[in-house]
Write a protein that binds this ligand. Structure first.
Ligand SMILES: NC(=O)c1ccc[n+]([C@@H]2O[C@H](COP(=O)([O-])OP(=O)(O)OC[C@H]3O[C@@H](n4cnc5c(N)ncnc54)[C@H](O)[C@@H]3O)[C@@H](O)[C@H]2O)c1
Length: 371
């Protein structure tokens, strides 16, 4: 392409409104370059996902709190062999024998590219990350995994024409953001490496969408509560641990103050939202990063609900300064009206249903363990 035409193309891109979310007008094929200067190749495109066949999905960081459940949901829909879980950790027998699993370190660009090519991947769900509390304890590793790793994923997704999902978080907001509720578009000045890396992911993902035509999709998850998987070191983990401790000992010591209000969601709603946004038609997504919400509660309100199931339950508070500071800088509530309007998002679990489902899971687990 002659230099003058390239210039014209760039100026068209740059002149587009900052928050109008137009559809990309300059596909990567036209520019003939990708982010790592890999020449665009028609054979990549011919191998891409067509709407008439099942996607072939790779989940990175799949052995954390969310990946195994998502693999189960996607395998039910697309077939067991069309969904590959990957991680740098060793899977349990149960995970290993329930469907394809592969080692993948997202910091190893060539290895990741090989997996995508050899398995003809068409959707990439990028779950690898160091979460808020763990990230603060190891900033350089969090920077590497959450930022450098994401760059690898973005380039490979662009090069191979993948549909890419990257989750963001309530942690992408900060003390200067509106907190009750936080809208989709507002000031984002988080003060954790986790939050900074997630704002970066939102922005660079959208940039690749407009600049290279990457099919980038992102949901800001609230704190996720799951029954059968352990959280990975986030600030909202107390809302999972409380059920384990309540059933085991009837007591729980909370590291957040009783009135710390945060947005939360049951895992089934979160995984279904992820599948729904991945299946949504591009036309129904005028934005590429959406808040999703279900409920919002404090430790005190959660404990009151737990007492309805376990009247002798007692909660004490021993505040952890680092996690409290993180929670105090996060939204108390999420405005997810755009997700509801654009692609029909709705949650099924509010606080009473959440507590009932968590109790019935843990009670039957505990009965089975003592049988
Ligand atoms: N769980 C939540 O409440 C929550 C809320 C908001 C957003 N999210 C986002 O959802 C995603 C999944 O969350 P989760 O709770 O399952 O996280 P998790 O911490 O439980 O799991 C993350 C996984 O990433 C893996 N990982 C770390 N370094 C890696 C590397 N170099 N290469 C490949 N994998 C690596 C870990 O081994 C781990 O299994 C994350 O991106 C997180 O930011 C989660």
């Amino acid at each position: 392409m002659p230099f003058w035409l390239l210039n014209q193309v760039f100026s068209q891109v740059l002149q587009r409104p900052a928050c109008g979310y137009p559809t990309p007008i300059v596909p990567v094929q036209f520019l003939g370059i990708s982010a790592r200067q890999v020449t665009s190749d028609a054979s990549f495109r011919s191998a891409s996902f067509s709407d008439t066949e099942h996607p072939r999905v790779l989940i990175t960081g799949g052995l954390g709190q969310l990946g195994v459940g998502l693999a189960k949901l996607l395998r039910k829909r697309f077939g067991k062999d069309n969904v590959i879980l990957s991680d740098i950790r060793k899977p349990s027998d149960h995970v290993f024998y329930s469907g394809p699993f592969i080692y993948s370190d997202i910091l190893d660009y060539k290895n990741l590219r090989e997996i995508v090519v050899n398995n003809r991947i068409t959707w990439l769900i990028h779950y690898s990350a160091l979460l808020s509390a763990v990230g603060e304890a190891n900033v350089s590793l969090a920077r590497a995994v959450n930022i450098t790793g994401l760059h690898n994923v973005l380039d490979i997704a662009t090069e191979h024409n993948l549909r890419l999902f990257v989750p963001s978080t309530i942690g992408a907001f900060g003390p200067s953001s509106p907190r009750n509720p936080a809208p989709d578009l507002c000031i984002q000045r988080p003060r954790t490496i986790y939050g900074v890396s997630k704002v970066h992911a939102e922005l660079i993902g959208e940039y690749y969408h407009y600049r290279y035509g990457l099919d980038f999709r992102c949901l800001r998850y609230p704190g996720i509560i799951s029954a059968d998987t352990q959280p990975g070191g986030g600030t909202t983990d107390y809302a999972v641990q409380i059920f384990h401790d309540a059933i085991k000992s009837g007591k729980f010591q909370c590291y957040l103050k009783p009135d710390t209000r945060l947005p939360m969601m049951y895992i089934d709603d979160c995984l279904r939202a992820t599948l729904e946004i991945m299946e949504a038609s591009s036309d129904s997504l005028p934005m590429r990063t959406y808040n999703i919400n279900a409920m919002s509660f404090t430790p005190e309100e959660l404990a009151q609900e737990v007492v309805k199931h376990l009247p002798e339950f007692q909660v004490t508070y021993n505040v952890d300064a680092v996690r409290q500071a993180i929670a105090d800088s996060w939204p108390m509530n999420f405005d997810d009206s755009n997700a509801r309007k654009d692609w029909g998002w709705k949650h099924y679990y509010d606080l009473p249903e959440l507590v009932t489902v968590m109790f019935s899971f843990h009670t039957s687990e505990s009965r089975a363990a003592h049988a």
